[in-house]
Design a protein around this ligand. Structure first.
Ligand code: ADP
Ligand code: ZN
Ligand code: ZN
Length: 735
């Protein structure tokens, strides 16, 4: 009798993993031994797809019926791509934000790793010399030159091409067995043992700076600092000197900057002081660049990492200090998907790693001021500018009852003329690009409205188009009114394009540059414009927010904000805080060097308390008053909020989901939690979607979290939940 071969069941055990699916749960799979460690990636079948998942643990028992458990398709990593500490951070984040864990964990991985790519550097091709008799090259001049070049060390084909060496020449050398092309990993510099600090350009610290630096350098373990320093007070110098002992100890430093702050100038400043591997992480990098930078953080070959929001989720071999510059900036909060706040998670990360963290700003967020006042953060203050730089004079210009020309009052034009005549630069700030924010028919009142949003199109005269700034929809400007046929289509309101045009008429002898998203789209054009401004090519600058942040223009002596009145009466309770931050930021552009500066705010409400406070008393005073108001009203940071957002192509579908959710939730809430809504978003329809929301507000975080969990449990029972797109936003920044 023939014996059939019995294959013993392969030794297998359970894996608990997370998958990139919008479900608030983990998944169990079977895997042959030895099991991949937590933090390794696996490929698994899911429905009729194969997904890349991340191993969290090795459970003894499955959370579903064993017969339904499937085996993994493949194990991708031998060693974890995320360490225990990073897994712990992400587990905490998933809990705190009550977000589907798979989306949280996988957010920490570069796209290529999410797709299952090897967690390794891409090998590069290099040419190097082989042992051999090079005397045969005496007559082949090109080959001789290439040979001599390679005697200095191996080079990539690109480097050789840049020096005029063709591949034909190289192939000829290869044929003679004098050189060969080989793949190898890029050089990783071991910087830890030979740290050099460039003393060139290192200033003598002011007393305030010296105090801040010494407190930071002595900080051991988890210690959060708020560095509140007026624009130009030398915060960056404080960061640089605080980094010294950390780098000398061979530890890495993470510097987080807002989206718009990551300029070549910023990077150059760090690189100049520390000739060490500096690596950047931001959204404009391609997938491969991101993965390589991510690996350099993880394996420790990057000493300094400068990055935007997502850099916070990157693994580090040995992080010793976190710096968050412009900590109040709203770009640190992710506005879709996993809506985390990088500053808040950075604090958690610093606590877990037991390292210091510095939050720096000229206009700290109210949350941070509150934390400093309550003693959670140590406050460091820089109230003066080093050297001879003077602090600007602030003026409120009443624009009531005066004839404005493209938004400029005669008084402002007069001030501009005075500065321009002295050879100084003038900067005008208007946070609205395009020609006019509204196009209307003079005869019948027709308005050019976006079909997909509750919003007007902005008229862009250059290109003769209408552009919706909310959904990005564009169309040609109609030649006549679609309603009555009139040719009298006129723009109302003011955009940067219009001001630029008017300036050319008002100040024809001076050249003007406009800086906004429309004319800085081309890569490098923003930098080019900035260069032109610094070189004095332009005398008048007109721009949006882009111009307001972080750029130093020593010859600007007059800064004017043309129209911020809208923000004074916006419904969002954070609007005043944002306006104040913007105002101070813009004001910071004036009088940075030895020339005294003026800051002008043109307004129809010169008596408004907020503006008076800002212009006469400064940000700190304003913040104290505004914080007191928040306290009275029980608003954050004196309470905590969570927002259920919902959208659908029909408003009715949103209400069918949110109304029963609120109805079932409210009776179960403790007295500490308020439920507001459902109500429509400020702009009800955007990009064809109706948007509704429900706000929970609580006096303490624990009650807020349990109310949210209860609400999430209710959503599981509502069939209407599947007909809409909804999400939960913890600590929403925009209501
Ligand atoms: P902030 O980041 O607070 O706006 P910066 O760090 O950019 O300020 O400093 C503003 C300018 O002052 C920079 O040109 C910087 O080199 C210079 N600076 C900083 N500290 C000193 C100092 N102690 N003495 C002289 N110049 C300084
Ligand atoms: Zn009309
Ligand atoms: Zn639109």
């Amino acid at each position: 009798m023939k014996k059939s071969a019995i294959t013993p069941p392969a030794a297998q055990a359970l894996l608990r993993i997370v998958l990139p699916v919008p479900l608030r749960r983990e998944f169990d799979y079977l895997c042959p031994l030895p099991l991949p460690a937590p933090g390794c990636r696996v490929k698994v079948p899911f429905g009729n797809r194969t997904l890349v998942g991340l191993v969290l643990s090795h459970p003894q028992q499955a959370d579903i019926d064993m017969s339904r458990i499937k085996p993994v398709t493949a194990v991708i990593d031998n060693t974890p791509v995320l360490s225990e500490a990073e897994l712990q951070l992400l587990a905490w984040a998933a809990q705190y934000y009550l977000h589907p864990p798979g989306e949280v964990y996988l957010q920490a991985l570069p796209t290529l790793l999410r797709k299952g790519e090897d967690a390794g550097y891409k090998p590069v091709e290099i040419w190097h010399l082989l042992e051999g008799d090079s005397s045969t090259l005496s007559r082949a001049i090109k080959q001789r030159q290439a040979y001599e070049l390679l005697q200095q060390g191996p080079m990539t084909p690109g480097e050789l091409a840049a020096r005029g060496v063709t591949s034909a020449t190289l192939n000829a050398l290869a044929k003679k067995q004098l050189a060969e092309k080989r793949e190898c990993l890029p050089d990783r510099i071991d910087w830890h043992s030979h740290i050099h600090i460039n003393e060139d350009g290192k200033p003598r610290l002011t007393t305030e700076q010296a105090l801040a630096v010494s407190l930071l350098q002595q900080a051991g373990g988890f210690s959060p600092f708020l560095l509140e320093g007026i624009t130009g007070s030398g915060k960056t110098e404080v960061y640089l000197q605080a980094m010294e002992p950390v780098l000398k100890a061979g530890k890495q430093v993470l510097v987080m900057v807002p989206e718009i702050g990551l300029t070549p100038q910023t990077i150059a400043r760090f690189q100049h002081r520390f000739p060490l591997p500096v690596c950047t992480l931001h959204s404009a990098m391609n997938e491969r660049e991101r993965l390589d930078a991510w690996l350099a953080c993880k394996d420790g070959s990057a000493a300094i990492v400068i990055g935007t929001r997502s850099a916070l989720l990157t693994p580090f071999a040995g992080l010793g200090l976190i710096i968050i510059d412009e900590e109040h900036d709203s770009s640190f909060k992710q506005q879709d998907g996993f809506r985390y706040h990088a500053r808040d998670l950075a604090l958690l990360r610093a606590r877990m790693l037991n390292i210091p963290i510095v939050l720096g700003s000229a206009t700290p967020s109210f949350e941070s001021l509150h934390n400093a006042a309550s003693g959670k953060y140590q406050l460091l203050t820089l109230s003066q500018r080093p050297g001879s730089a003077t602090v600007a004079e602030h003026l409120l210009l009443d624009s009531r009852h005066v004839q404005l020309e493209a938004g400029l009052s005669p008084q402002l034009q007069q001030l501009m003329a005075e500065e321009l005549e002295k050879g100084n630069q003038v900067m005008l700030f208007l946070n609205r690009r395009g020609y006019a924010p509204v196009l209307l028919c003079h005869d019948c009142g027709w308005l050019a409205d976006c079909e997909r949003c509750d919003a007007h199109y902005t008229w862009h005269k250059s290109g003769n188009r209408l552009h919706c700034h909310h959904c990005d929809h564009q169309r040609a400007k109609p030649p006549h009114c679609p309603q009555c046929g009139s040719l009298q289509l006129v723009g109302t309101g003011l955009g940067t394009e219009q001001v630029e045009q008017a300036l050319a008429m008002l100040f024809p002898q001076y050249s003007t540059i406009r800086i906004d998203r429309d004319n800085t789209r081309r890569k490098g054009s923003f930098e080019q414009h900035l260069e032109g401004i610094r070189a004095g090519k332009y005398q008048i600058l007109i721009g949006t927010q882009m111009l307001a942040k972080g750029h130093h223009f020593p010859d600007v002596t007059l800064v004017a904000m043309l129209d911020v009145d809208g923000a004074l009466f916006a419904g969002d309770f954070r609007a005043a805080e944002r306006l104040a931050q913007l105002y101070i930021q813009v004001a910071g552009r004036a009088g940075r060097a030895s020339k005294p500066g003026r800051v002008v705010l043109q307004t129809h409400h010169p008596d408004h308390a907020l503006l008076q406070d800002l212009a006469n008393q400064g940000y700190r005073h304003f913040a104290q008053t505004a914080l007191e108001e928040r306290h009275q009203a029980g608003l954050p940071p004196y309470s905590y909020q969570a927002l259920f957002r919902c959208q659908a192509t029909q408003g009715e579908a949103c209400r069918e989901f949110l109304v029963p959710l609120a109805q079932q939730l409210i009776p179960a809430l403790p007295a500490t939690v308020l439920c507001l809504g459902p109500f429509s978003a400020r702009m009800e329809r955007k990009a064809g979607q109706y948007r509704y929301q429900m706000l929970l507000q609580a006096s303490n975080r624990r009650d807020l979290a349990s109310a949210c969990r209860r609400a999430l449990a209710i959503t599981d029972t509502l069939a209407a939940a599947r007909k809409v797109r909804w999400s939960l936003d913890m600590d929403p920044q925009e209501l």
